[in-house]
Design a protein around this ligand. Structure first.
Ligand code: SAJ
Length: 400
């Protein structure tokens, strides 16, 4: 394919930057990946990966072996730079842009007139303008193009999903679009940078508000003694209703964070988005209270906790509500049997004498209470006849 980019640099080689770097490299672009983590650099240069994502290892391996991808600690000259660094929040749910600022300052010395700079990190509205202020005052094209890939399906979605490309000028949007068209098969839709920033925040807030609705329904149904799973199944038979699924809370590093960037920017008018965050953040405490209520009536109970990851069929435990609940129970010295088929060992915080990692069968044999926290496919195959005798708190409706 003909395109004007021979050499592209990707700053930040995490869950978004590394797949982006690898896919560009396998499309004939020379890619220099930059990261501050020496371990990540060394791993990638050996053709291996330091994160977990299906099939990414093979793609990185082939990109590195072909000589089209290398990882370095210090930025070097390129025609385009893609910044994919974290944007967490700090105290008071205020966005922390320090990683973007550091990335901008690190590339500043190697930038040349005519370079294209793209920010991919999820960011509050106005960040791309701030980025321009942190860069040298030379002729640069600057654009914002948020990632939208689903962890676990990144390599499929990075190619197939439509992309929103927001330029500080129409020319920068057009140039960024040309770059993404090297590997994106979805449509690349151009707009201005502020709208593109808000689009990303809106997508994740939409999902958060909808999950909060489902979580609120689950708590209402508990009070009214109604099965929430049946309720949602029935309501969803209406042609214009599509309610999501309740759970023990919202985990991961995007949906529980991004809505706060909207709330921080326009606090007086983001009431619904803020309340949704509070509802979802309160759900792990609600589940804990349910567990403690059941334990009150038991003597030296053993509690089987099914699942630790932040969602089904993955091994990612970052910001996991399931982990938060199990850690709380562990702190209260409850005897725990933890089943997590996607992990080989317990996370450090759970390596305690009264917490044991077990198989599903072992947990079923000796548990006095089952708390289902993640809807892993493997759990739906548990023999229902074994369950009948044991009390269950099923936060995901697997046994409903
Ligand atoms: N969850 C529920 N009920 C549901 C759906 C999800 O409780 O019905 C929970 C999950 O269990 C999990 C959390 O929500 O704890 C988030 O999971 P998710 O699958 O909704 O999303 P993520 O965080 O894996 O990825 C999201 C995606 N955004 C949208 O679907 C709008 C992805 O496309 C984004 O690229 C990603 O955030 C990101 O990086 O921003």
């Amino acid at each position: 394919m003909k395109h004007p980019f021979k050499k592209v640099s990707v700053i930040g080689l995490g869950y978004i930057g590394l797949p982006t770097a690898a896919i560009l490299a396998t499309h004939g672009v020379e890619v220099v990946g930059v990261d501050v983590n020496k371990h990540a650099i060394d791993t990638i240069n050996q053709g291996k990966i330091h994160i977990v994502e299906p099939d990414l290892d093979a793609m990185v391996h082939s990109a590195v072996m072909s000589g089209m991808l290398k990882a370095v600690l210090k930025p070097e000259k390129a025609e385009a730079f893609i910044i994919a660094v974290p944007t967490p929040f700090k105290e008071g749910h205020k966005p922390d842009l320090s990683y973007i600022e550091a990335a901008a300052k690190s590339i500043a010395p190697v930038l040349e007139p005519g370079n294209l700079i793209i920010l991919e990190s999820t960011s509050p509205v106005g960040t791309t303008e701030k980025l321009a202020d942190w860069l040298p005052k030379i002729d640069l094209d600057i654009a914002y193009c948020p990632e939208r890939v689903l962890p676990g399906h990144i390599l499929r979605e990075i190619v197939g999903n439509d992309r929103v490309v927001g330029g500080l000028t129409p020319k920068s949007a057009e140039r960024a679009k040309q770059l993404y068209q090297i590997f994106v098969k979805g449509e690349c839709l151009t707009t201005d940078a502020r709208t593109a920033e808000m689009t990303k925040l809106t997508e994740n807030s939409f999902r958060d508000v909808n999950i909060a609705f489902a979580n609120e329904l689950s708590m209402i149904c508990d009070e009214l003694n109604i099965n929430v799973w049946e309720l949602i199944r029935l309501a969803n038979r209406h042609p214009r209703v599509n309610i999501l699924q309740p759970g023990p809370g919202v985990g991961g590093h995007c949906i529980a964070v991004d809505p706060w960037f909207i709330v921080d920017s326009a606090p007086n008018v983001s009431r619904l988005i803020k309340t949704a965050r509070e509802v979802n953040d309160s759900k792990p405490h609600y589940v804990l209270a349910q567990v403690k209520e059941k334990l009150k009536k038991m003597k030296n109970p053993k509690v089987a906790c099914l699942g630790l990851s932040f969602k089904a069929d993955i091994d990612d435990i970052r910001e996991s509500p399931a982990l938060e609940i199990v850690e709380h129970l562990a702190k209260e010295k409850v005897d725990l049997l933890v089943v997590e088929p996607h992990l080989e060992t317990l996370p450090k915080t759970l390596q305690l004498p009264h917490v044991k990692m077990t198989s599903i069968d072992e947990a079923m044999q000796s548990a006095d209470l089952i708390v289902l926290l993640v809807n892993h496919r493997k759990f739906s195959h548990i023999d229902r006849s074994l369950l009948r005798a044991i009390p269950i708190i099923d936060t995901r409706g697997v046994f409903a």
